[in-house]
Design a protein around this ligand. Structure first.
Ligand code: HCB
Length: 218
């Protein structure tokens, strides 16, 4: 017999099985049955994605698995999102993050993953895309009253953009107003310290952990 519990379990398992169609079907069934869409996200999809994240941390699965799990969640989330808005509910807001890949850099897979994991963990996320100028990050952060700016850079040639962003915040007297979290393949903890960033995150799971720590939540 299909009930709320079985549908929520189905959503969680669909994400863990990397099955986008199954996740979308589950989301439609949840709406048909009048299940609280926020509960379907939090206890179904997001729980599945977090479990996939733990499997990744334990080395049981790899980046491509995490990405398809994330895609399955994103597809089903899109189906549930309008109903969440219609009910006037808000995703549990832990804080607001503006995230993007810095100017000159087209790599966005990691940034997208971080963005989705933050979203799944209750942050409100504004994604400013890739190849994004420093001022666009800062304007968006001001406009949305963000808590954190996440800056991705994958190449040694574009990492300097992370430093430029922090220098620009200083110039504008906004250094300290927004916490800055940096990441990307070539980025290290030492680099983050050197440029005056508030945090370095190694991967999407670490990014969620660091974002919570920055806001004094864990
Ligand atoms: Co690209 N590329 N690439 N590339 N590329 C790298 C990054 C090299 C390291 C490959 C190499 O030479 N060994 C290299 C950079 C060398 C360097 O500077 N040290 C490189 C180069 C040189 C280039 C081109 C210049 C190649 C060329 O055209 N000659 C060119 C650059 C174009 C440009 O940006 N202007 C280029 C192009 C490409 C694509 C388009 C083919 C493709 C990108 C597709 C896309 O993103 N839409 C690509 C890819 C896929 C890679 C590799 C193979 C994988 C990157 C990736 O997606 N990793 C990469 C090799 C590597 O990284 N070792 C190679 C998986 C994600 C999940 O990891 O590290 O991006 P991630 O993100 C993590 C983590 O860093 C952290 O969390 C994420 C999730 O776990 N994180 C954050 C990331 N951002 C964060 C922000 C935060 O606030 C917090 C945490």
């Amino acid at each position: 017999m299909e009930n709320e519990e079985t549908i929520i379990r189905e959503l969680r398992e669909a994400v863990l099985a990397y099955d986008e169609n199954r996740a979308k079907e589950g989301a439609k069934r949840a709406l048909e049955m009048g299940i609280d869409p926020l509960k379907a996200v939090e206890e179904g999809l997001a729980k599945g994605l977090r479990e996939a994240g733990s499997q990744f941390e334990r080395g049981e699965i790899f980046i491509p698995h995490l990405m398809v799990a994330a895609e399955a969640m994103r597809a089903a989330f899109k189906i549930l999102e309008p109903e969440i808005r219609r009910r006037g509910q808000e995703i549990r807001a832990r804080g607001t993050v503006v995230i993007g890949t810095i100017e000159g850099d087209l790599h966005d897979i990691g940034k997208n993953l971080v963005s989705l994991m933050l979203e799944a963990s209750g942050f409100r996320v504004y994604d400013v895309g890739r190849d994004t100028p420093v001022d666009v990050f800062i304007e968006k952060a001001q406009e949305t009253n963000a808590d954190i700016i996440g800056v991705s850079a994958l190449m040694t040639t574009t990492m300097v953009g992370q430093r430029r962003l922090i220098d620009r915040l200083k110039e504008l007297n906004l250094y300290g107003r927004f916490k800055v979290m940096v990441g990307g393949a070539s980025v290290t903890e030492d680099w983050a310290k050197e440029i005056g960033a508030d945090a370095y995150a190694e991967d999407a799971i670490d990014a969620v952990r660091k974002a919570k720590t920055l806001l004094g939540q864990e």
